[in-house]
Design a protein around this ligand. Structure first.
Ligand SMILES: Cc1ncc(COP(=O)(O)O)c(C=O)c1O
Length: 380
């Protein structure tokens, strides 16, 4: 099946008992056994649930993977990947990652003896150069949050393979509409379902997708042991979101590209980062591995932090909020919101300035969004 068909139909068929076109929500904690030792494939919802299974099959289909595990958040998925590691293991990680991922790695996992080295993976040689004798995993986010750095997934995939390392790729910003890391050698793909995949700011969720049955079994065991499972209702809402993912993404991209070009030509803007712009240092790699670009733009104003704050406080249609990937346009100040716990010196060292503004362009009319920004720029 082609991508758009998988997005709409997933792998589920109408409900066999009633013909309901949308599968029911199996809101149950447990399942009655037919006799001792004989169930109908489900025994307890922490282990599995039919609505969650529908979502997992749907996500596996659009990611082009064999197996999927849905979680109660993207971070729960990331945490489960960390539980594949042991004390003394080392991870090579791209230097610009979501603030929550950095918090998990630096403030929690280091307490369990896991070590991290951060490199600018836009140069894939930096990843190879950071590998140590105890390295077990390469962790890449692409495009990154918030600097929209792009990693050549195939190049890093070859490094991971030649050193026998687990290769985890978080492509929350790209979605499987535009990028499918399993095709480039990733062992595990991570998504925050909270963002584009559910798409309507209605829930928190996460997913891991893999083609490796051994990894799937281990991750399933971790989830069953820890219990970071999404509710059946959230799974059902995510399924509804997935059905329009491809349509939403093309509109996010179309709107974002118009706004990125508008910002690039604006006299009050000093820097625009958008992988779809020719000015992005990894534009060619992004074009090669992605079939489109999403709605995420980061930019800086000439007046730095103060100017950025004035803009974010003046917009009306763009909403000042801490998330991304939904139909509504959201504007964020990463330094005080999503990445508040990343030490300032670390941020500055990688070019993440105090005044950076992040825009998650929604699917409203782009002219209204540009008019809103134009009005707000007058207050800057
Ligand atoms: C790139 C990326 N990965 C993972 C996450 C974590 O997802 P969640 O908020 O669903 O736990 C986020 C959240 O913003 C993110 O931006």
């Amino acid at each position: 099946m082609k991508f758009d068909t998988n997005a709409v139909r997933g792998r589920s068929s109408p409900d066999p008992t009633t013909g309901a076109i949308i599968p029911p929500i199996y809101q149950t904690a447990t399942y009655v056994l037919e006799e001792v030792g004989k169930d109908k494939g489900f025994d307890y919802t922490r282990s599995s649930n039919p609505t969650r299974q529908d979502l997992e099959e749907h996500l596996a289909a659009i990611e082009g993977g064999q197996y999927c595990i849905a979680f109660s958040s993207g971070m729960a998925g990331a945490d489960s990947c960390m539980k594949l590691l042991s004390k003394g293991d080392h991870v090579v990680c791209c230097d610009d990652v979501y603030g929550g991922t950095a918090r998990l790695f630096n403030n929690l996992m280091t307490n369990y003896g896991v070590e991290f080295t951060y490199v600018d993976s836009q140069d894939s040689a930096n990843v190879e150069g950071a590998i140590q004798s105890n390295t077990k995993m390469i962790w890449i986010e692409t495009p990154t949050n918030p600097l929209l750095k792009v990693t050549d997934l195939e190049a890093v995939g070859k490094t991971a393979k030649s050193h026998g390392l687990l290769y985890v790729v978080d492509t929350t910003f790209a979605t499987p509409v535009f990028l499918r890391p399993l095709e480039y050698g990733a062992d595990i793909v991570l998504h925050s379902l909270t963002k584009y995949l559910s798409g309507h700011n209605q829930l928190i969720g996460g997913a891991l997708i893999t083609n490796d049955s051994g990894l799937f079994e281990k991750l399933k065991y971790i989830q069953k042991s820890v219990g970071a499972v999404p509710s059946p209702f959230d799974c059902w809402l995510t399924i509804l979101g997935l059905k329009t993912l491809h349509l939403r993404m093309s509109r996010h991209w179309e709107n974002a590209e118009k706004i990125a070009r508008y910002l690039e030509g604006h006299p009050k803007v000093s820097r625009v980062i958008y992988p779809g712009l020719e000015s992005h240092p990894m534009h060619e790699v992004a074009r090669r591995q992605m079939s489109g670009f999403s709605g995420m733009i980061s930019f800086e104003l000439n007046g730095g932090l103060e100017a950025g704050k004035r803009l974010m406080n003046s917009v009306e249609l763009c909403m000042l909020a801490e998330s991304l990937g939904a139909v509504e346009t959201m504007i964020t100040h990463p330094a005080t919101m999503t990445h508040a716990e990343v030490p300032r010196e670390e941020r500055l060292a990688r070019g993440f300035e105090d005044g950076l503004v992040r825009l998650s362009v929604g699917i409203e009319d782009s002219e209204d969004l540009i008019a809103d920004l134009e009005r707000a720029f007058k207050d800057v």
